[in-house]
Every structure is written in C-alpha cells, then in structure tokens.
Write a protein of this length. Structure first.
Length: 438
C-alpha cells in the first residue's frame, strides 16, 4: 500500500468517527501531532503506525499482499478495517446503574443517577451474565483506555477481575468509577487513569484503592458510543491498549493467593492458642477454625467447602408465608469453587424450603432453594423470593410493556402485578429435592 493509500484510509476513518487528528492522537495516549504527521506523509516508524491503527480500529499488516499468497515480499505495510463482528441490540432489558466517574470526582455524578434511563436493550451474545448492567461514563481520564464521556459500558459483576481489565467499582458511599487495573495486593488495588492533555501530551496517573472500601465491582466487557436501541447494530469500541496485556499471564483478582492467606490465618490462630493466648474473641474463634476456614482435622469438613445457613421457613409457591427470619436451624456445605464460579457469597445466601404448587414443575412442594440475598435487582424471566402483603412468595418475574408481573410456572395460577410495597429478598440460584419412591 502506497503512502497516499494509507493517508486516505486514515482520513476516512477519522471522518467516520467525527474526530480531529489531534484529538484522536490524544485519546490514544500519543503526541497530539502523531496522526497529523501520517496525513502529511512524513516518515513514520512502523511501531507508531501500528499504534495509530490500533487507536482507529484498523489492522496493521506486514506480509504478502492480501490475495497474493504466492508473493514472498510485500512492497509496503497493508492497512484495512478490522473484521469485528457487529452486535445487535435485542428486546431484552439490561438495567442502567447510573454514571461511573472516569477522572472526575465521582461525587459530582451521584445526583445524576436517577436521571438516566432505567433499562436499555441488551447486546446479543456479548455476555451471559444474568446480572450485567450498563454504566454511563463521565469524565475524560479513561479516553486513552477506550472509554469516552457518555459511552455506554456493559458491566459484568460475575466476571472475575484480572490484571489488565477495566473494572467498574462502587464504594460504600455509592460513588462509582471505572479505571484500568494494573495490579493488586491483599489490601489494595493499583489503578490507572490519564491526566488532562498538557502541551500536546497526556500522562498516566496511578492510584491506590483500599479493597475494603469497595462494596461492588465488575468487569467492563463492552463499550458502545451510541445509545443502545432495539434493532440497532453496532460495533464495540475497541480497547486501544489491550495489546499491553495480550502477552501477559492472566492474574485473577478474586482467587489469587486465597489458599496461602487462609493457611496463614489458620497457622497464626493455632500458634497463639498453643501458647495459651487468646488470638480472637470466643464468638469468632469457631468461625475461623471451622466455618470461615474449615479445619479438616477438627471438623471433618474439607477446606474446599463453605457453609450456607439453612432457615427452617418455607416461602410459598402459592399463598404467602411469614417474613424471613434470621433463626438458623443448620448449615449446608457448598463447594468453594462452585460458589466462586457463580459469584456467590455464602454469607449472603440462605437455604429455605418451598411450599405449594404454583411454581411446578420448576419448583415442587418441599423443594429446597438457595437464595442469594445480594441479588435483588429485578431481571425478567428469573425466579425470586419476594415479600408481599401476604408474606413471602417465590415467583418468576416478567416485564411486559414497562410493567413487572409475578408469574407462576403452573398454568392454572394467575399472574400478579408488581406493587410498590413489594420487596425482592433475593434470587433463586439453586434447587434440590428428595425424589419420591426412594
């Protein structure tokens, strides 16, 4: 490809995006004149040209001309648009979780949370996370990372975070932000944003965040520049700096170092106890030595399991039952890897019984269900335990014409309209029952 052809392709892509060469260069973390030099046909190093192509979602290719595999040497680099598969927005709603600060003080955007859309259509095939949602970016510090102000970011809370991802985080005060994750320790995350351009240059800005301050988190799995609409087909905004992590060994944030932390906790408690000390209060010692970090020797329970409270209260698949109590009748142990795979916190879960026939054949009378009390956001087609005026019920939620309904799986039971005083207790994520005729 000749220099004239290269400049034509770059210029066309700039016009399609509606961005100036200067702004596109800064957005990609390059000097402000980087793309202008290419358009002026100045001599440009191949690594700079490759960086420009990544910023504009173009392919930088050096090799035999496409379609001429028999040729041994190409005359010049070839540039063409990437073959990213377009995604279509379908009539399945994802909630919008307000604005996420990208550089600006996140407190400034909290007042806007109630002004954004309640739901937007889901991009088909992007994520299988049933708890995914949109966050609308505000601020400019993530522009070099591929996220511009007012972009629609799809966040997956159940995707384990790893170094190189762009995490969405909410602190205990409700402030939300998006940054690049560079690394982590047991107590802190190392994040990256970018400062405002100065003299045509922009520099990265590092930040340390205490992990104990993070109330919720998720991975940004897709970014769209235009507002999602049913039937609209759009391309994902590319991550211009993804190449930094392509050769790196993935380091998962959630599970990394977990075993060594737990082993250290066990050893410390045992050592202090052995010399007659009291390492922790009595009401916490049992939790650390059995439930929280299961001690195989003392309890016979593997350290690869975690306990979930069993509450001897039935929620009705029929008429309502009494309110959910905190009286625990026992514990049921679940595999730790299974809980991690499904992003379940055992301290937020409870096992309760189902009474009635309204949810048959999905949930029969006497079935035990695992309820995740951390998942209270309503999602169409999912099953929830809901507090109503009549007590607790278990129903499938469905949204039609912007109105929520409580649906029974049993064909003879009628649907109920959602009332303002109803409260979602949690989502049903697992079931078990004893088979008859055993």
């Amino acid at each position: 490809m000749e220099a004239e052809e290269i400049t034509t392709v770059v210029r066309q892509e700039l016009e399609r995006r509606g961005v100036t060469p200067y702004r596109a260069s800064l957005n990609a973390g390059m000097p402000g004149n980087a793309i202008r030099y290419v358009l002026e046909k100045r001599a440009t190093k191949s690594d700079r040209l490759a960086e420009i192509c990544r910023a504009l979602d173009l392919e930088f290719y050096i090799g035999p001309p496409r379609g001429k595999a028999g040729d041994q040497v190409a005359e010049s680099p070839a540039i063409c648009t990437t073959g990213t598969t377009p995604l279509t927005f379908v009539d399945v709603d994802l909630p919008v979780d307000g604005h996420a600060a990208c550089g600006l003080d996140s407190q400034k955007h909290r007042k806007h949370v109630e002004q954004v859309e309640n739901d937007l259509p889901e991009p088909q095939g992007l994520t299988g996370d049933p708890d995914a949602f949109y966050a609308i970016a505000k601020g400019s510090s993530m522009i070099p990372e591929g996220i511009s102000p007012d972009d629609y970011c799809v966040v997956s809370p159940n995707t384990p975070l790893a170094v190189g991802q762009r995490p969405w985080m909410e602190d205990e005060y409700g402030s939300k932000r998006i940054k690049r994750l560079l690394g982590f320790t047991a107590t802190h995350l190392t994040l990256r944003g970018w400062g405002k351009p100065h003299s045509g240059q922009t520099s990265s800005v590092g930040e340390q965040v205490n992990r104990s301050f993070i109330a919720r988190q998720g991975a940004v799995v897709g970014v769209f520049r235009d507002k999602p609409a049913v039937g609209l087909t759009a391309l994902l905004v590319p991550d211009p700096r993804a190449y930094e992590w392509q050769q790196a060994v993935p380091r998962p944030l959630v599970a990394d170092h977990r075993d060594e932390f737990e082993a250290s906790t066990q050893n410390l408690v045992r050592a202090v106890h052995a010399i007659g000390g009291d390492p922790i209060p009595n009401d916490l010692r049992d939790v650390l030595l059995t439930d929280g970090v299961a001690n195989e020797k003392n309890t016979g329970v593997s350290s690869s399991t975690r306990p979930v409270d069993v509450i001897e209260l039935a929620c009705a698949a029929g008429g309502g039952m009494e309110a959910l109590s905190e009286e625990i009748s026992g514990r049921l142990w679940f595999c730790r890897d299974w809980l991690d795979e499904h992003a379940l916190d055992p301290t937020q879960c409870a096992v309760i019984g189902v009474s009635g026939e309204s949810m048959e054949p999905t949930l029969t009378d006497g079935t035990k269900i695992l309820v995740d009390r951390a998942r209270t956001r309503r999602r169409s087609k999912r099953i929830y335990v809901i507090r109503t005026d009549d007590g607790l019920v278990v129903r499938r939620l469905n949204k039609e014409s912007s109105k929520w309904q409580l649906i029974s799986d049993h064909p003879t039971w009628e649907s109920m309209s959602w009332a303002d005083d109803m409260v979602v207790i949690g989502a049903v994520v697992w079931t078990a029952r004893t088979l008859e005729g055993r």
